[in-house]
Ligand binder design. Sequence first.
Ligand code: ADP
Ligand code: MG
Ligand code: MG
Length: 213
Amino acid sequence: GSRAAASLAALVVSVTAETIDTHVDELGRLDQIAGDGDHGIGMQRGARAARAAAESAADRGAGAGTVLVHAADAWSDRAGGTSGALWGVILRSIGETIGDEDRPDAKSVAAGVAAASRGVMAYGKAEVGDKTMVDALVPFSAELTRGVETGEPLSAAWAGAADAATRAAAATADLLPRMGRARPHAEKSLGTPDPGAHSLALIATAIGTLLAD
Ligand code: ADP
Ligand code: MG
Ligand code: MG
């Protein structure tokens, strides 16, 4: 029922915050190479605020979609930075798509991730190949949709999509940045993956492990 879905939504946000806590220094170092070094701390601030908002919404009896929308607003309010606004777009898109009614099925989760992918591209104007989180999010969404459409359960489709995101994030090392703060330092960033693509892949992988349990 909707209670279980809301608890799972809050757990997903909590796992996201734990993942960022574990990798905060690594993300800061990655962003130091061609950016301003704040990707770890910004993601940590956003994800922790999102976790608190998600837990309190779930405690008040909100449904899964509303839990994610509250998490989205807290993340973008508290994180600062480009990635904070974009993670707000991601969580809000998924929350609005799955809604509160019932236990969200795999198709609506995949549709929510597809909406998130379109929303991030509309908000940030980056396309695949610009060396941003879009380079991980687009293949993640495509693989999740493909898996769900072939009838895989959500946990299996998500795991395959997280692997695709991980490979795609690693492959951004070969790209020159065309968006965001890294653009003026394009050559310096060659050989290093995009921080936002890397953090997205870490989060997707951790949620995949949660869904498999
Ligand atoms: P800021 O760049 O404001 O310091 P962060 O360091 O938290 O914010 O996030 C940087 C990440 O944000 C980049 O690695 C990239 O993945 C992502 N990013 C930056 N600009 C865009 C954009 N226009 N569209 C999508 N993602 C972007
Ligand atoms: Mg930064
Ligand atoms: Mg910054």
